[in-house]
Design a protein around this ligand. Sequence first.
Ligand code: FAD
Length: 457
Amino acid sequence: MPEQDPLQRRSNFNEVNLGFTEELAKMEALRCIQCPKPTCIEGCPVGVKINEFIALVAEGDFLGAADKMKEDNLLPAICGRVCPQEEQCEVKCVVGKKNEPVAIGRLERFVADYERETVGIRVPSLKTKTGKKVAIVGSGPAGLSCAGDLIQMGHDVTVFEALHELGGVLIYGIPEFRLPKSIVKEEIDSLSKLGVEFKTNEVIGLTDTVDELMQNDYDAVFIAVGAGLPYFLNIPGENLNGVYSSNEFLTRVNLMKAYRFPEFDTPVFNCKDKNVAVFGGGNTAMDTVRISKRLGAKNAYIIYRRSDVEMPARAEEIHHAKEEGIEFILLSNPLEFIGDEKGWLKSVKIQRMELGEPDSSGRRRPIPIPGSDYILPIDMAVISIGNGSNPIIQKTTPDLNYNKWGNILVDENTMKTSKKGVFAGGDIVTGGATVILAMGAGRKAAAAINDYLKSES
Ligand code: FAD
């Protein structure tokens, strides 16, 4: 896929990948051998009819391909950009056994962009109304996909969102240069056109509880509040000025447009010509460090305690980060943040690690090398080692079953919780995962909620 030049793009927030042309898309689609039993579909958590939409692309029927895609996925421009296809549909592609797999994600993106840019996003026609009302808590990919399916089944759907913008991590976490916000907004608008009602600035647990939603007319509730509570390193100096969580840093930059301060009134540490260290090796860490480079950091480091083989981030994001000049300090673990007399971060003490036997995650365990500590001067640190579940729902709905990390326990096949009429899915159930897994959970829940509503009536 054509891309913006790394030297140019590391100082702007425009999209890195530029998308297929019509010609490239057709050529790529013709590489699909149309297997009689397409294994790629097994790899897609929302079951997109991949072979069928690709056949339509090969024929040049791009709008037909968009319609086929939207039978199973109402957010294709988003998925085409951020889904880890290399671990899902593409890893199962038969062509990939001997050659590069068919670029399913890039074709998905092409088809969605083609429709949006030529005729605008068209929405399917709706069934007659059932008179049942469903409340969805959270407007991330799990909530949105559940809303899209339920509204098409004829139910009334209201999505309650705590923030002032819709989209969850798609809006406040993933940066503009990977997923333009205008595209997220247009795909969400297509749900509004279908009749989904959205209510922002509604923190369920504070404005209304789940029980109050059930008492106030809703026949079922789907909880999709994600995993938005950042983990910290718990090392000395973590409360110094200049130390952020990725959540705070990304929210300030992506949602509050901190990079346009004072035009937008939420600032972030000015890292121009400064040294920035991001601790972690996932997609969140890559997004954070690449943003710091775009904000002018002189040196932007990823500091990760294992090797690059164990890094959880998508290979494409690691590749793009390296191209943009991010420095990877691997097998290294922070021991302490050190500040000046005014409480501002000045450096970090790092310990070198080596890899031992695999741990319960299957990845080789990092083991500290005694006496290997050294000091790295840094001006800003961002902790990006994962997120847990936000406790508001647990505190206000204690009669649901939770595990010890606060994730809601559900029946895996139906996403039913222990409480009648209440379902849950996405990161609040699995812990931090992926967009498409959250969407898959939303779809599964929608089917189960539909069955539940029918059985109740
Ligand atoms: P979320 O997207 O977290 O949405 C939950 C929503 O619920 C939020 O809008 C939140 O404000 C709202 N909410 C929370 N509490 C309440 C409440 N009490 N009342 C009302 N609303 C509430 N995955 C990929 O597949 N590819 C990627 O490239 C990728 N990159 C990522 C980059 C970053 C920076 C991050 C943080 C994650 C990334 N992920 C990626 C993971 C992916 O975004 C998540 O797995 C996915 O968004 C989870 O969807 P969700 O709907 O469960 O939750």
